[in-house]
Write a protein that binds this ligand. Structure first.
Ligand SMILES: Cc1cc2nc3c(=O)[nH]c(=O)nc-3n(C[C@H](O)[C@H](O)[C@H](O)COP(=O)(O)OP(=O)(O)OC[C@H]3O[C@@H](n4cnc5c(N)ncnc54)[C@H](O)[C@@H]3O)c2cc1C
Length: 291
């Protein structure tokens, strides 16, 4: 059923980084990390990937968990969707991220699927990514020679291509706690309410200053080769008191930022329509919470 591969299960992060350091070229072969396996095992069975060696991260407990302190939310790479749902304080800071976890796969998938696995799978329909982009998250990438921090907005280079060098492991996802007068939201449109691939995913984060919109971030999933920010639409909102007309115009602008495809779930035209409708709805809801 599977092509042959070696499985290494390190006990420490250093051992994992050493094991991955031999990775050459990345792509579908070579040495690759294995987290929850909810993408990797499916891809192995379908022979879409053929690694010669997998490095299982299951014993690296230090990479799992959520810490909220000193103005930052820090999430270990192995944190699962169920961990997100169980955290007592996360919904207060990042309701968008909690909402995406609520509609993510089924219970067994949520128990295994990690945040880093979701990001590194590179799918434009990866549900954690729009919320994390709108929260302006950064990711930490580690190798035996050290660590570096990359804004998530610069991580995706193209369809299933990202900024990781061969052998680099994602260890943390972090972002600033949103300011007091702010609101973030996420909506996943799919063909079913549970266990469904996203047709369009939209996340919005707004912050208000003196009755105007101080910060606006809009992230769009499943409507382009990568999950992306609608920067032109964001610029229309920043510094303005938001009116229904302005929100509608920005939502129309967001449609110009996307490049959806026709597939078995929806047509490109329907996806564009949903980008407009969902962006308008979420920006309106977020702004209403701030005024
Ligand atoms: C039935 C089913 C339902 C699903 N539903 C959804 C859904 O609703 N929404 C959604 O977005 N996805 C869904 N998925 C896809 C999948 O569950 C997610 O993308 C999940 O987050 C992947 O995480 P994982 O830990 O299982 O990653 P894995 O499968 O272990 O790995 C995925 C990729 O990431 C790499 N990787 C993992 N961890 C790291 C790391 N720390 N550093 C560097 N690279 C790493 C691996 O090498 C691999 O290339 C579903 C999958 C299934 C089978």
């Amino acid at each position: 059923m599977y092509a042959d591969f070696d499985l290494v299960i390190p006990e420490t992060l250093d051992e994992a980084l050493e094991a991955l350091a031999g990775a050459v070229g990345g792509g579908n072969g070579g040495t690759q990390p294995l987290a929850g396996g909810t993408n990797m095992i499916v891809d192995l069975r379908a022979r879409r990937v053929a690694p010669s060696r997998l490095v299982g991260l299951g014993r690296l407990d230090g990479l799992r968990g959520i810490r909220i302190a000193d103005g930052r939310v820090r999430m270990g790479a192995r944190t699962t969707m169920s961990d997100i749902l169980r955290h007592p304080d996360l919904a207060g800071h990042a309701p968008s991220l909690v909402d995406q976890a609520r509609v993510f796969g089924g219970q067994m998938v949520r128990n295994a699927a990690t945040v880093a696995g979701n990001i590194c799978s590179g799918s434009p329909a990866a549900d954690a990514v729009p919320a994390l982009l709108a929260l302006d998250a950064e990711v930490t990438l580690a190798s035996p020679s050290g660590t570096r921090v990359v804004p998530l907005s610069e991580f995706f280079l193209g369809y299933k291509r990202d900024a990781r060098a061969p052998g680099e492991l994602m260890t943390e996802i972090a972002w600033d706690i949103p300011p007091a007068h702010s609101s973030n939201r996420f909506y996943k449109l799919a063909l079913r309410k549970g266990d469904a691939i996203t047709v369009v995913g939209v996340a919005v984060a707004l912050a208000a200053e003196d009755g105007k919109c101080g910060t606006a971030r809009i992230a769009l999933g499943a409507v382009a080769p990568i999950v992306k920010r609608a920067t032109a639409a964001e610029a229309m909102l920043c510094g303005q008191a938001l009116t229904p007309e302005l929100i509608d115009a920005a939502a129309r602008q967001a449609v110009d930022d996307v490049d959806p495809i026709d597939d078995i779930r929806a047509s490109a035209e329907y996806r564009r329509h949903c980008v407009h409708a969902l962006t308008r709805r979420l920006v309106t809801q977020a702004w209403e919470r701030l005024t």
